[in-house]
Design a protein around this ligand. Structure first.
Ligand SMILES: Nc1ncnc2c1ncn2[C@@H]1O[C@H](COP(=O)(O)OP(=O)(O)OP(=O)(O)O)[C@@H](O)[C@H]1O
Ligand SMILES: [Mg+2]
Length: 256
């Protein structure tokens, strides 16, 4: 099943002489259970795209479907319900509340609107175990490392069993060991919890944990690379595609 379908997405900022097409007729799809990376040069439209999917911003034209619903057809209350029930967010800033414990931070979105889900404690225990947070649930955010905080954000994102996780540079503030750890956990969520993930990154190492990378340039679809073999081989083809996207021509490649 298609979890995301973007069709002819265009986003124009400004008008007349300072008109910018942040997205320019961009179409793509993401299937249930995929772990997809979005890459492209600075200014390519990656954050703009994520904002459309998150209903933070609306396209000038085109349509996005997530889990079968057209986002443009939603009113504000429906969009809020969509964000709460279908989406999980992992952004670079953690957005954790300092006065709440790790456990309370993870469950916050589920307890915000009553009723409290019956299986919440079970679900929390399970997610904490998957993300290696069991022994940290009683701590406060300022008693955690950056990598641990990022894993708390990931736990919060998956607790409500979203159809889709949106991640924007989730490893941006982590050292390579903490990044590797978070990415291994994301891979585990993807495989074991069957969560579909769409992750923006500028980093080929981070991207190599995905199954497929969609490259965009100047707001338009440029190419994609799908993983077939080892992560190392995939990493190499991502690097090759980055060279191509920075060097010119349109091009399609695979990792085998
Ligand atoms: N609110 C805005 N008003 C005007 N132009 C904007 C606005 N937001 C983004 N843009 C422009 O749209 C284009 C795409 O921006 P976007 O932030 O999506 O890029 P990006 O791919 O996320 O880049 P980066 O890798 O640097 O984060 C850029 O040219 C940017 O200047
Ligand atoms: Mg950006």
């Amino acid at each position: 099943m298609r979890v995301v379908r973007a069709e002819h997405l265009t986003k124009i900022y400004g008008h007349r002489f300072n008109r910018v097409a942040a997205l320019n007729d961009l179409s793509f799809g993401v299937d249930d259970g995929e772990f997809v990376g979005i890459m492209g040069p600075s200014g390519a439209g990656k954050s703009t795209l994520l904002n459309m999917l998150a209903t933070i911003d609306t396209p000038t034209s085109g349509e996005v479907w997530v889990a079968g619903s057209a986002l443009s057809a939603m009113n504000e209350a429906q969009a809020a319900a969509y964000r709460r029930t279908q989406l999980g967010f992992i952004f670079q800033e953690y957005n954790l509340l300092p006065d709440l414990t790790v456990a309370a931070n993870i469950t916050l979105p589920q307890t915000f609107v009553p009723p409290r889900p019956k299986d919440l404690d079970e679900r929390l225990a399970h997610v904490a175990q998957t993300l290696g947070l069991e022994r940290l649930l009683g701590r406060y955010p300022d008693q955690l490392s950056a990598g641990q905080r990022q894993r708390v954000t990931a736990a919060r994102a998956v607790l409500g069993k979203p159809s889709l996780i949106l991640a924007d540079e989730p490893t941006g503030s982590l050292d390579s060991m903490a990044a590797t750890e978070l990415l291994s956990y994301l891979t585990r969520l993807n495989l074991e919890e069957d969560v579909t993930i769409l992750m923006v990154t500028h980093d080929a190492f981070t991207a190599s944990f995905c199954n497929r990378i969609i490259f965009i340039r100047d707001g338009a679809y440029f190419a994609e690379v799908t993983r077939h073999g080892t992560r190392q081989a995939f990493f190499n083809s991502i690097i090759d595609m980055e060279a191509t996207i920075n060097g010119g021509g349109r091009h399609r490649a695979t990792a085998d």
